[in-house]
Design a protein around this ligand. Structure first.
Ligand code: URA
Ligand code: SF4
Length: 493
């Protein structure tokens, strides 16, 4: 029996070549996964794109492997199931021992296993692309960057990272995961250690985790300090500029972990909890019907999910369903919806090109007695959703965006605009600007039709109506230009 310990595709390939050259059949190899990642407190510096691996002296035997297999193997290698190395070797062996067409035998047990693993990896990559949420942070040296925490099911950071570098080439961003972290410095991807699961930060703790640990891991200037420290006896640490910080870090770590876990628990209740495995609109809609992630589901009649085709080019995002939408279960059918329809028509945008949805999927209201109101005897007065409710509901919107991948998005009103552009968004200053966001290369915010209907001054009302129509027309006309080269192909995985 031979033992092969590997932790990446490259290592597996090197080992597999060596074993093939020695003619070792699959049954004679015991594959295991090397413990791959340095821990947070290891002094391993962030490394550039390729993780070095033990060099094995590799005879290069004369055999060729079908490219389709290598492609499959590269993805399967990211799966977490320890059996993957063995199944890969077994299939490779068989491909080279008389079963050239093995991959076409889709009922073969090994092939089935590999395709199942690949599917799970692909789906995980897709989820990462859809659900990673960046938060703006300021590094110690005052530089702005964007950080996200994500917990993939499989070891897919290196499969997904290139997508983010194409998507956000002009930003400094980092994604932290339990397996490893990746940073983009506008030129190159750098990989570093993961965040222990015990420290999974929520949105608020993220900045702190970033500043405390990762800013220095990824900061070359500080890396030198780390390298020096490694070379130096402990008694000299005190004279290093950052020694205080390092010691405090080590001392404080257990307490910090406890605090972070506590803070994370309150956030369990988001729509993520109800997210189906399949990200098609029918599955999403069905799952959202059962969502009770925030208190809004209680008094409302039903979930009002988005409406429109999976191929819609334009996504329109409102605030939340109103009274009529709540009763009918469809977005934008009341007075605001009618005005929107009229304006879309004037802008030459057909209904089937549009997907309409809201930031929050349940109607929020207070019941007030109002003389002359409907037979219910009460009037349901619309209330703005608060940030907790928007946060809880956000995964539904993100899933809709990931599924539809619209070419353009319009936020109607400040609530939707702030949900997508951030809290600093100001409608009076930024209305009608087309900006790239992490959701869509062409994102714009403009007046909410309900705000137009509420406007008491008729001249101002007409002006806002014209602006809304003009904004939509402008955005729509942009889509006829050739797509931006920054955008990845619609189904890169
Ligand atoms: N206003 C919104 O923001 N959304 C609707 O669906 C209806 C009115
Ligand atoms: Fe779920 Fe959103 Fe409804 Fe809250 S508003 S219960 S998060 S669907």
């Amino acid at each position: 029996m031979r033992f092969a310990e590997v932790d990446s595709f490259d290592q597996w390939r090197a080992e597999a070549r060596r074993l093939l050259a020695l003619d070792v059949p699959p049954a004679d190899v015991h594959w295991s996964t090397a413990s791959a990642q340095p821990s947070l407190f290891d002094d391993a510096p962030a490394e550039a794109s390729h993780r070095p691996h033990r060099s094995v002296s590799t005879p290069s035997p004369a055999f060729t492997v079908p490219p389709a297999f290598l492609e499959l193997a590269r993805e399967v290698a990211c799966h977490r199931d320890p059996i993957r190395w063995q199944v890969l070797y077994s299939v490779l062996w068989r491909l080279l021992h008389g079963e050239r067409a093995l991959l076409k035998v889709t009922v073969d047990n090994d092939v089935l296993r590999l395709t199942r693993m690949r599917k799970e990896v692909t789906r995980d990559v897709h989820k990462m692309k859809a659900f990673v949420r960046f938060r703006k942070v300021t590094d110690g040296d005052g530089e702005e960057s964007y950080v996200a925490w994500h917990r993939p099911d499989h070891q897919i950071v290196r499969l997904a990272a290139p997508f983010f570098s194409r998507r956000f080439p002009a930003m400094h961003w980092s994604i932290l995961t339990p397996d490893e972290s990746v940073r983009w410095d506008q030129r190159e991807l750098h990989y570093g250690p993961g965040v222990p699961v015990s420290e999974a930060p929520n949105a608020d703790a993220l900045e702190e985790v970033w500043k405390t640990y990762y800013a220095s891991i990824f900061n070359p200037a500080r890396l030198k300090v780390r390298a020096m420290k490694r070379e130096m006896p402990v008694r000299h640490w005190a004279t290093l500029p950052e020694a205080g910080l390092i010691e405090e870090l080590l001392r404080e770590a257990p307490k910090r972990v406890g605090e972070m876990i506590e803070r994370t628990e309150g956030f369990e209740q988001t729509a993520m909890h109800y997210m189906p495995a399949e990200l098609d609109l029918a599955s999403l809609r069905m799952a959202a019907n059962c969502c009770t992630a925030c208190p809004l589901h209680g008094p409302a009649t039903q979930t009002v999910f988005g409406e429109g085709g999976e191929n819609a080019r334009l996504m329109i995002v409102g605030e939340q369903p109103g009274d009529q939408e709540d009763v009918a279960g469809k977005p934008f059918i009341g007075p605001a919806g009618q005005l929107l329809d009229e304006i879309l028509g004037r802008a030459g945008i057909a209904r089937h090109d549009v997907y309409v949805t809201n930031v929050v999927k349940h109607f929020k209201y207070v019941a007030t007695d109002s003389p002359g109101a409907s037979s219910r005897g009460t009037h349901r007065l619309h209330q703005k959703p608060n940030s907790r409710e928007i946060f809880a509901c956000r995964p539904w919107l993100e899933a809709e965006i990931a599924t539809i991948r619209p070419e353009a998005m319009v936020c109607l009103g400040v609530t939707a605009a702030q949900a997508l552009f951030g809290r600093d968004f100001r409608m009076t200053q930024q209305r009608g600007e087309v900006l790239p966001t992490e959701w869509c290369a062409n994102t714009m915010a403009t007046w909410h039709p309900a705000a137009i209907l509420r406007m008491p001054d008729p001249a101002r009302r007409d002006q806002m109506r014209e602006q809304l129509a003009g904004d939509l027309r402008f955005l729509w006309s942009m889509l006829d230009r050739p797509p931006s080269s920054e955008l990845p192909p619609a189904s890169s995985h």
